[in-house]
Design a protein around this ligand. Structure first.
Ligand SMILES: [Zn+2]
Length: 257
């Protein structure tokens, strides 16, 4: 199921207001380059609707930066929601005052609408992670890609009670120019990651924690999972990582849009 690789090859868009240019993001320099001089989180909690009822499109480049600027970290939680693990993750986020972005599959959202509503009620953001988590999506037809993205958007929005996903993360990072364009046209910013904790492979909580500590210089967006198997190691790792981040002065933010 997992094809969680390739995150580092992505390019990011520098949002430094004074620059306004797109550059290739390389290694540790990204961290500094992504700094948002304003540093503030946006109060926005859902995609803004135009007066005509349509949806404002967003940039189709893959986002990695945090809306909290240089000290921001984006906790991202994929593949749920799951009744065994999502409530435990929500408890920890609440305990440590952290906000996160939940990349949900349409199938899981539709199966557990109460959990989707809990995620939203706690102030977290939703991200479309396709209907069926097909990590080979980038080799399928454009019609198939569109359906996977747009059906999931609808399923998640229905499950949440009307709160739309603000991002799109391709399963396994299998983005295509077409899928990014479709998502962006629906107000869902393509979302990458900088730190792959590989929690999906169950390497042990120690290893998950060590990966975050070692790779956080890559950038602010950290990838975890709350479904797809036994996620006890993820829960244990978050219990240690969230206070570790806070003690070091990081601020929990959301990916830029
Ligand atoms: Zn996934």
């Amino acid at each position: 199921m997992a094809r969680h690789s390739g995150g580092r090859a992505w390019y990011g868009k520098v949002v430094g207001a004074a620059l306004g240019v797109t550059v290739l993001a390389v290694g540790a320099s990204v961290w500094t380059a992504q700094a948002d001089p304003t540093g503030g989180a946006t109060p926005e909690t859902s995609v803004s609707a135009r007066p005509d009822g349509g949806v404002e499109p967003v940039d189709m480049t893959i986002a990695h930066a945090s809306d909290r600027g240089a000290n921001g970290v984006n906790i991202t939680i994929d593949d749920g929601p799951d009744p065994a693990w999502t409530p435990q993750v929500l408890d920890l986020l609440r305990e440590f005052g952290a906000k996160a972005t939940f990349c949900m599959t349409g199938t899981q959202a539709q199966a557990h609408p109460d959990l989707v509503k809990e995620v939203v009620a706690a102030g977290h953001r939703l991200c479309d992670h396709s209907v069926s988590h097909d990590t080979a999506m980038d080799r399928k037809s454009e019609a198939y890609q569109s359906k996977e993205i747009l059906d999931a958007e609808r399923m998640i929005t229905e499950a949440s009670g009307g709160v739309r996903p603000m991002y799109y993360r391709a399963p396994g990072g299998a983005f295509t120019p077409h899928s990014r364009k479709v998502a962006a046209s629906r107000g869902m910013r393509p979302l990458g990651w900088n730190v792959d904790t590989k929690d999906f492979e169950r390497p042990g909580a120690d290893a998950i924690v060590a990966t975050v500590e070692r790779e956080l210089h890559n950038g602010p967006t950290i990838l975890f999972h709350d479904a797809g198997g036994d996620r006890a190691q993820t829960v244990e790792a978050l219990r240690r990582i969230l206070p570790w981040l806070r003690e070091r002065g990081y601020s929990f933010g959301f990916p830029v849009r």
